[in-house]
Design a protein around this ligand. Sequence first.
Ligand SMILES: NC(=O)c1ccc[n+]([C@@H]2O[C@H](COP(=O)([O-])OP(=O)(O)OC[C@H]3O[C@@H](n4cnc5c(N)ncnc54)[C@H](OP(=O)(O)O)[C@@H]3O)[C@@H](O)[C@H]2O)c1
Length: 275
Amino acid sequence: MRVAITGAGGQLGRSLLAIFGDEETLALTKADLDIRSDQAAERLAALRPDLVIHTAAMTDVDECELHPDEAFEINSQGTQRVAQACQKIRAPLVYISTDYVFDGQRAEPYPEDYPPRPINVYGRSKLEGEKQIQDLLTQFYIVRSAWLYGPGNKNFVEKTLRRAEGQPEMHMVTTQVGSPTYTWDLAAGIRRLLAHNDYGIFHLTNSGYCSRYQWARKILELAGKSDYPLHPSTEYQRPAQPPLHAILANIKAAALGITLRPWEEALAAYFRERT
Ligand SMILES: NC(=O)c1ccc[n+]([C@@H]2O[C@H](COP(=O)([O-])OP(=O)(O)OC[C@H]3O[C@@H](n4cnc5c(N)ncnc54)[C@H](OP(=O)(O)O)[C@@H]3O)[C@@H](O)[C@H]2O)c1
């Protein structure tokens, strides 16, 4: 099988390349396929993949809030171009979406069929990407995940460790709650999902949830820095307001026998495997 992976230089892209290493993979970085280009659909179709996994996105939530046109150009129109390529060559598409399509006001976890209501530009642009796919394709997997960390040094784990090195104390919010998800586990889950040919919307995260504060506390503990002065906070002053309690209920994948391990176990594995 010829598998094209957009955003191949990103965290999830790199994990997917490893997980699909025994297949013929087309690793498409932004330099190979810029999805803002009018020719992107044509160029992707010309590669004739049997399957496209579309991870490329503008993922900096605050940057999206500050530059909404760019966010929609990449996350919505860019996704439309990828879907047009899949439509032309009749290839199934896996699109990675996000917990940010929900408002985070629900006390219970969100099932896959709960009506989305994004509260910031990133969430709205990703939801628009979902709609582009649903309009154009029948063979699609929309996989919503959350709080990703994986290869590279831009993720929350690495940033927290760098901050702990560079500053004498740190504050972290207790009010934002989510499911930290290791990209390796997500990539493996996506591969298992594909074996079922069961299209639609899926939620896939490591199981369990925590606040940003609890996540940072666990990161410091695993790094041998349990004594570091980390303080709980309720203030969140950034350009984009995140959904505060957007827990994704992984109902449809679980029905197929696909569940991801608890987030604490996955984080410990990341610490063993990070280079
Ligand atoms: N990170 C999270 O917490 C999270 C949570 C839920 C869902 N998701 C979704 O999961 C997917 C993967 O996330 P991630 O954390 O792996 O993201 P990431 O590390 O930021 O990777 C995204 C990749 O997309 C590329 N890209 C950006 N603009 C592009 C363009 N115009 N054309 C082609 N490629 C472009 C980036 O390239 P450059 O680096 O060269 O710009 C980067 O390699 C995304 O779709 C994201 O929306 C992420």
